[in-house]
Design a protein around this ligand. Structure first.
Ligand code: FAD
Ligand code: NDP
Length: 510
């Protein structure tokens, strides 16, 4: 998120400065807009509404995690999500690169243990600077900031509680952007002895032997950097890896992680956590294939999904209907069932939980409300990357979904395995770990409907392919682009062999 300077970091320094706050109102309320939640989506909506001349207020409040972790303004991404995660992912890459560096003539002390405290200190220092930057931006944009917990008193009135005092404000329009928090499994000892992604990035002591419970984005990313940093890392998988993603790719990522030291405990769920000795390890009881087993760990990290933070909002007082998982539905202009109340970001039912999605939805909402624009958020073909040690980038349909949607006979899956040139230093790196596939619809000019890559820097490559897919790129157009040599990205163009005709991707790599 940090690098999204076009609309995240400093709109005040961009071409159009904030307009003067309008004195004339067409409503009886104190604010034109009140935003609940100062994360990716909320700050974006607030800053663009303010830039468009509206009187805006925003409340952000973080309740501590069960073990007491708390943080500043900016929401999940900045404090306990994308930013610390990517920095630790990079730390892992640096550590793993030690193997290659020796062959490049750079002598490194491979046995030196990783200094966890140093890394956490650096990461937290960076986060504090971002927290400060967001606060300064709100001040410059004349957005009234309340470091208070907000809830509804009625459809236009918000109660603000900062733990010491309570106050009320009214607003014409209200944007709910409260995001979510990590779930716990509800087993004995989970909150007492377990932690989540809310805690891992500020953990004071090295995690040691770690059990990560869960098998999706957060679990695999955290397990990935912990393994890469040298910690004994174990992932407890209930069913499959990366549900919702292309399963061929998910299994490749899992295989890479396994080859590089992550231990997977498959078909298992934890049933109990105990710590009889306060200075000892956590004893985890788990069930696998009908059998109860036990293992001891220094750290147990639950990464089993997230719930929306709407329970304390008193949505019923505003009339907003929520779904069973506490999220709520919005229409195609992010409006809830109550016309002046909107929702953006992770709180929306059935939508993607990604920072750029929340930021863009917030900006578009402000422009539709106050900027005379009509553009709606397009949730289709949003590129994403799982930052595992070998990154997995994807955009569009998975192979399974593309074949279901368009008919298996109408999809061609161009693919190849490849080896980045950089890996030539280290002959110990096996063949066949990097892989790309491009799914095209034969009935529509061979238009690209899915792109999947596991490779170093897959995120950077997938961003480019995402732009091309947004423009409706066909296989022919992709191939007409001249490659940049020698890069990994050039392996994505000019693919000759299809999986249907040549299932062995290593043969397609010549
Ligand atoms: P949030 O950023 O969660 O902000 C909501 C804010 O509202 C919070 O500060 C919360 O405390 C506050 N709040 C809640 N209730 C109230 C209330 N009643 N009153 C006042 N304030 C309240 N996405 C990516 O695109 N790329 C990544 O690499 C990535 N990595 C991630 C890694 C992890 C470990 C996690 C957990 C998430 C990651 N995400 C990533 C997802 C991304 O962080 C979220 O999609 C994004 O932060 C959602 O923004 P939001 O505005 O909806 O909510
Ligand atoms: P997800 O909901 O994506 O995955 C939850 C995982 O936990 C699944 O593997 C699920 O298994 C498992 N699980 C659920 N309940 C239990 C249980 N009781 N016991 C054991 N395992 C369980 O959640 P995440 O927290 O990984 O991610 C949340 C969202 O955050 C993502 O959807 C993503 O949008 C966003 N995010 C984005 C990132 C990025 O852009 N790089 C990085 C991190 C997060 P099963 O499949 O069996 O249900």
């Amino acid at each position: 998120m940090e690098s999204m300077s076009f609309d995240w970091q400093s709109p005040i320094e961009q071409s159009h400065p904030p307009a003067q706050i309008e004195e004339v109102k067409d409503h009886p309320y104190e604010y034109d807009v009140f935003v609940i939640g100062g994360g990716s989506g909320g700050i974006s909506a607030a800053r663009w509404a303010s830039t468009l001349g509206k009187k805006v207020a925003l409340a952000d409040f973080v309740k501590p995690s069960p073990i007491g972790s708390t943080w500043g303004l900016g929401g999940t991404c900045v404090n306990v999500g994308c930013i610390p995660k990517k920095l630790m992912h990079y730390a892992g890459i640096l550590n793993e690169a030690k193997e290659d560096q020796e062959f490049a003539g750079i002598h490194v002390e491979k046995q030196a243990p990783h200094n966890w405290q140093k890394m956490v200190q650096s990461v937290q220092k960076h986060i504090k600077s971002l927290n400060w930057g967001y606060k300064a931006d709100l001040i410059k944009l004349k957005i009234k900031y309340f470091n208070s917990y907000a809830s509804f008193l009625d459809p236009h009135t918000i109660l603000l509680d900062n733990g010491k005092t309570q106050s009320q404000v009214t607003a014409d329009k209200i944007v709910i952007a409260v995001g979510g928090r990590p779930s716990y499994p509800g087993i004995p000892g989970d909150k007492e002895f377990g932690i989540t992604s809310d805690d891992i990035f500020s953990l004071k002591n090295p995690p040691g032997k770690t059990l990560v419970v869960g098998a999706s984005y957060v679990a695999l990313e955290c397990a990935g950097f912990l393994t890469a940093l040298g910690y004994d890392t174990n992932v407890m998988v209930r069913s499959i890896l990366l549900r919702g993603f292309d399963q061929d790719m998910a299994n490749r990522i899992g295989q890479y992680m396994e080859n590089h030291g992550t231990n997977f405990i498959k078909g298992a769920i934890p049933t109990k956590l105990e710590k009889p000795d306060p200075n000892g390890r956590v004893i985890v009881t788990y069930e696998q294939e009908g059998e109860l087993k036990q293992e001891q760990y220094d750290t147990v990290l639950f990464a089993i999904g997230r719930y929306a933070l709407t329970q304390g909002l008193n949505l019923d007082r505003a009339g907003v209907k929520s779904e069973t998982n506490h999220k709520f539905k919005v229409n195609d202009v992010e409006q809830t069932n109550i016309p002046h109340i909107y929702g953006i970001g992770d709180v929306i039912y059935g939508q993607l939980e990604l920072t750029p999605v929340a930021i863009k939805a917030g900006k578009l909402l402000a422009y539709r409300l106050y900027g005379g624009k009509t553009e709606k958020m397009d949730y289709i073909n949003v590129p994403t990357t799982v930052f595992t040690p070998l990154e997995y980038g994807s955009c569009g349909y998975s192979e399974e979904d593309a074949k279901n949607k368009f008919g298996a006979e109408n999809i061609s899956t161009y693919h190849t395995e490849f080896r980045p040139l950089e890996w030539a230093y280290n002959k110990g790196r096996p063949e066949g770990e990097c892989y790309v596939k491009v799914l095209v619809n034969k009935l529509d000019d061979e238009r690209v409907v899915g792109f999947h890559i596991c490779a170093p820097n897959a995120g950077e490559i997938t961003q480019g392919l995402g732009i091309a897919m947004k423009c409706g790129v066909t296989k022919e157009q992709l191939d007409s682009c001249v490659g940049i040599h020698p890069t990994i990205a050039e392996d994505c163009i000019g693919l000759k062999f299809t999986k249907e005709e040549n299932p062995d991707a290593s043969k397609g790599g010549c």
